[in-house]
Design a protein around this ligand. Structure first.
Ligand code: ZN
Length: 225
């Protein structure tokens, strides 16, 4: 006897709910517990997206103000003495193109708001000696960070991949989301202790959701796991 009604089976298919479920909790491929997982995943993705959005804003304003001061121009990426990789230049060009098509005036602020988290993460990458060209001038914005550039880049790249998963509606519920949350707060703390504290308090959602993951369907037979 399936646990889901015919209506629920239709919904499970329509929402592609099984995609978000932990298969070890379902009694069958059309178990109604998949709907619980789908709702839970929506909530946890939304909460994680909010954290990552704050991370992106913090990175943008920090890197931007450091590089603007260093190069003496708000469109620091056009500085004559700066050599950027094709990839970096291309991301700027695509952002400008998108703004132009949308009829938004091109200013250093609008362009920097348009580029994605991946752009900011790439600036902390190896690039064309970005270590000397970008990391040294911007590192003053990360006063809470004492390490080398590479581990920070690695941490940020991991969060960038998580952001892409959220944006592509992939399942993130199987990850160690508590560690991901800590990682976001860690990077923000490098920039601003008070911003990290504020975000930690503001995000009650992820800890609550992690404490209330959907359980196993009661019709799942013992030993099926
Ligand atoms: Zn079931």
């Amino acid at each position: 006897m399936p646990c889901a009604t015919a209506d629920e089976v239709g919904l499970i298919e329509l929402l592609d709910a099984v995609r978000y479920a932990d298969p070890n909790t379902l009694c069958s491929p059309s178990c109604r517990q998949a709907l619980e997982w789908s709702d839970w995943e929506t909530s946890v993705s939304k909460a994680m997206y909010e954290l990552l959005r704050t991370l992106e804003n913090v990175l943008r304003s920090t890197i931007s103000s450091q590089l603007t001061a260093h190069f003496g121009q708000a469109d620091w990426w056009n500085a004559r003495r700066l050599r950027l990789t094709y990839g970096t230049t291309e991301k700027i060009r695509q952002a400008e193109e998108k703004l132009r098509r949308a009829g938004v005036p091109l200013t250093p602020t609008t362009v920097q708001r348009e580029v994605t988290l991946g752009f900011w993460v790439s600036l902390i990458g190896r690039g064309l000696d970005y270590e000397t060209q970008l990391w040294r001038p911007m590192s003053g914005g990360f006063l809470g960070y004492r390490g080398r550039r590479e581990p920070l880049h690695e941490r940020l790249n991991h969060l960038r991949l998580l952001r892409n998963k959220v944006a592509h509606q992939d399942r993130i519920g199987g990850r160690d989301l508590a560690a991901d949350r800590r990682s976001v707060l860690t990077v923000i703390r490098y920039v601003s202790e008070s911003a990290a504290r504020r975000l930690d308090v503001a995000d009650a959602a992820i800890p609550a959701l992690l404490a209330s993951r959907p359980g196993t369907c009661s019709q799942r037979s013992e030993g099926a796991s």
